[in-house]
Design a protein around this ligand. Structure first.
Ligand code: 5OB
Length: 299
């Protein structure tokens, strides 16, 4: 996978050299390029922002440096419309090479036919980023992240980019950030750990649905419960005895109970969508003060 990041703070992406992602980059499984947006400015002050038309607070990122940056980094337009892998891509027949227009001299070369590209623009007004999106992005050949600062990027930049490649404006949650950089680190972490060979051990990215770690399908839709390791007794606190019992069915039930309680407490929105519920699930949820209707129950 190729990943380009455009930012006014290239230093922010130092962490990409660390941990499993750094190792994957070292092996050449992921190729990161961090670009300084200011290298596409033409004035002595390297200006990237200006006051908003129509008035209002803050600054807006100017379109010209972004336009030049995207011209240099995005492949020339010849992509299917706004579709992620898994959804049937609309096929566009490739033009024979002699009908392709001549490329301007500093355009990047055409990607090999069929290489998928996506421009991701982190924005608080974007679609919520989910585990499902992370999985879809992990199957894209080339991701380009455009980090905005201030109040955002001049809207014409995104409008023009959409005419060339699929573009997603994506939010990582309902809170304010000064810029898109931390959101891009978050997305890259969640995408790259799904790439083949990036996750160290046998944990298969395929069956690691959100909230369901080691227990897979049995814990689907639930938050992870508490975990323990040695020593058995620490500062007079004991590991729950069932976990030492060797009774795998009892351990699985105990873990599901704990996950149900935690989900009811921290994520009532997820708890409300759980199904099917067995009678023990219903008992645990209702003891946790969560309303359970008879229709939710499997028999
Ligand atoms: N807040 N997701 C939540 C975001 C965000 C702010 C951003 C980008 C993504 O940029 C200011």
């Amino acid at each position: 996978m190729r990943v380009d990041i455009i930012t006014i703070f290239p230093g922010y992406f130092g962490p990409l050299g660390m941990s499993l992602i750094g190792k994957a980059a070292g092996r050449g499984d992921i190729e990161f390029t961090v670009h300084d947006l200011r290298s596409w400015t033409r004035d002595v002050h390297h200006t990237v922002d200006d006051t908003p038309y129509g008035g209002g607070p803050g600054m807006v990122m100017k379109p010209e440096p972004w336009g030049d940056a995207l011209d240099a980094i995005l492949p020339p337009a010849r992509h299917p419309p706004d579709q992620l892998p898994d959804q049937p891509p609309d096929q566009l027949p490739d033009q024979p090479p002699d009908q392709l227009p001549d490329q301007p001299p500093d355009q990047p070369p055409d990607p090999p036919a069929g290489q998928s590209v996506r421009l991701v623009v982190p924005a608080p007004s974007g679609k919520p980023f989910t585990q499902d999106m992370a999985a879809r992005y992990s199957r894209v050949d080339h991701l380009v992240f455009a980090c905005g600062r201030y109040e955002g990027i001049d809207a014409r930049v995104i409008e023009e980019a959409r005419a060339r490649v699929p573009v997603d404006e994506v939010s990582i949650g309902d809170y304010v950030l000064a810029g898109g950089e931390p959101a891009v680190l978050v997305m890259i972490e969640s995408i790259c750990r799904l790439l083949p060979g990036v996750l160290g051990n046998a944990e298969s990215a395929a069956d690691d649905s959100f909230g369901a770690g080691r227990d897979g399908a049995a814990m689907a839709g639930l938050l992870e419960g508490p975990v323990y390791t040695r020593p058995r007794s620490w500062r007079s606190r004991e590991v729950p005895p069932v976990l030492l019992s060797g009774d795998h069915a009892a351990i699985a039930r105990w873990r599901r109970d704990a996950a149900l309680r935690r989900t009811a407490e921290n994520r009532p929105d997820l708890a409300a969508r759980l199904e099917p519920l067995d009678s023990r699930d219903a008992e645990v949820l209702s003891e946790a003060g969560f309303p359970v209707s008879g229709d939710d129950m499997a028999h």
